[in-house]
Write a protein that binds this ligand. Structure first.
Ligand code: NAI
Ligand code: PHE
Ligand code: K
Length: 352
């Protein structure tokens, strides 16, 4: 995909390249409209600096949509650290230095951008960022943070999976075939939940240990490269984004899609193809809001367990609203969700 920042619609994107560590740092702020921008730090390898900037900007936009649709008074932002080698091959000293530089960059925003964990970073990494003077949510409980957001994300995704199934005409998950891509912190917990509901699990992960654990739950494993050809009743993407383009949307064999992966579609065209084929799509920025609710709710709004669970329960109502809007307006659920996010953003802005 071509990088065209001019079409992005966000407010600020900062880039720093560091020779010493070989890492490149991107912080993208999509919106300050509702307050400081929030969004996690993704650390992985990228084929180019353009690809890292494109990912950061699109992920920051997804954060804006996610926070607005949930009515959380924060703007959307995201950090990307483009690593010189995979995270697992970085020695601890170099990783520590990378986090120090990242903290310096975040601190330069003077509290107007707050970060947290994402793919490739952990609560312990957020402790380091925080210790180095930049505000980070999702730190370990030992340092006053709210810990991993993955369990809350998984609870929200589970709600979304059930709603998407209902919209596709299934009364319950019992007996359905559910295909889960990615069995990390979120995917493994979603797997446990849908297995407890009586679903038949098909799973794929590049990490063999994760697959083995799911197979112990009774899941059938498939090779990662076959995921998009495997037939299922429900597809639950919990690994990486950008997996469904218009071609995949035209061939994927499932009845409904609901998962955790941010930006699972490459764009609006894929959503329209899915809609045309009668495949239910629960937009990712609604389904995966649990992590943001957990972190932002607890750390900025003073929420406890009760408020967090109430907000997670709203995922189901929001999805029903989006499914209804898409049907009456003859638009994709992705477009209906974006319209809803824009309306809620306006309402929040004018009520401030
Ligand atoms: P994680 O890093 O714990 O798990 C990701 C899993 O996907 C790993 O087990 C990895 O081996 C696997 N994977 C990577 N590439 C794969 C491929 N090509 N095929 C199959 N498996 C592959 O990450 P986590 O926290 O579980 O998040 C999963 C997704 O959900 C990410 O895209 C993340 O951005 C998104 N998300 C996570 C939230 C959270 O609170 N953790 C909140 C909102 C979204
Ligand atoms: N990275 C997660 C997400 O994409 C959780 C997160 C939310 C991290 C908000 C920081 C701030 O939603
Ligand atoms: K992580």
């Amino acid at each position: 995909m071509q990088l065209r920042l001019i079409d992005w619609g966000g407010v600020l994107c900062a880039v720093r390249c560091d020779d010493e560590t070989g890492a490149a740092f991107v912080i993208a702020v999509h919106s300050f409209a509702l307050g400081p921008a929030a969004g996690g730090t993704r650390a992985m390898e990228y084929p180019s600096l353009d690809a890292a900037v494109l990912d950061a900007t699109r992920l920051a936009e997804a954060m804006s949509l996610k926070l607005a649709v949930a009515g959380l008074p924060l703007g959307g932002g995201k950090s990307v650290i483009a690593l010189p080698v995979p995270r697992a091959r970085l020695d601890p000293a170099r990783w520590r230095r990378i986090l120090e530089i990242h903290a310096e960059n975040v601190a330069a925003f003077g509290g107007n951008y707050v970060t947290g964990p994402d793919v490739g970073t952990t609560a312990a990494d957020m402790d380091v960022v925080h210790e180095c003077g930049a505000y980070a949510t999702g730190r370990t409980p030992a340092t006053g943070g709210s810990g991993s957001s993955a369990p809350a994300t998984a609870r929200g995704v589970h709600i979304a999976v059930k709603r998407a199934a209902a919209e596709a005409g299934f009364d319950e998950l019992d007996g359905l075939t559910v295909l889960i891509q990615g069995l990390g912190a979120v995917g493994a917990e979603v797997a446990r939940r849908v297995a407890a509901d009586g679903a038949r699990l098909i799973v794929a992960d590049i990490d063999e240990r994760a697959v083995t654990a799911a197979v112990r739950l009774g899941a059938t494993a498939v090779p990662v490269e076959d995921v998009l050809q495997v037939e299922s009743d429900l597809f639950v993407p919990c690994a990486i984004g950008g997996i469904i383009d218009a071609d995949v949307a035209g061939t994927i064999r499932t009845k409904a899609i609901a998962g955790a992966a941010n930006n699972v579609l490459t764009g609006g065209a894929a959503a329209e193809v899915l809609q045309g084929r009668g495949i239910v799509l629960a937009p990712d920025f609604i389904a995966n809001v649990g992590g943001a609710v957990d972190l932002a709710g607890r750390e900025f709004l003073g929420w406890g367990d009760v408020e967090v669970e109430q907000k997670l329960a709203e995922i189901g109502d929001t999805l029903d609203r989006v499914f209804a809007d898409a049907a009456t307006e003859h638009i994709s659920t992705d477009e209906a969700a974006r319209c809803l996010a824009r309306r809620r953003l306006e309402a929040l802005r004018t009520s401030r």
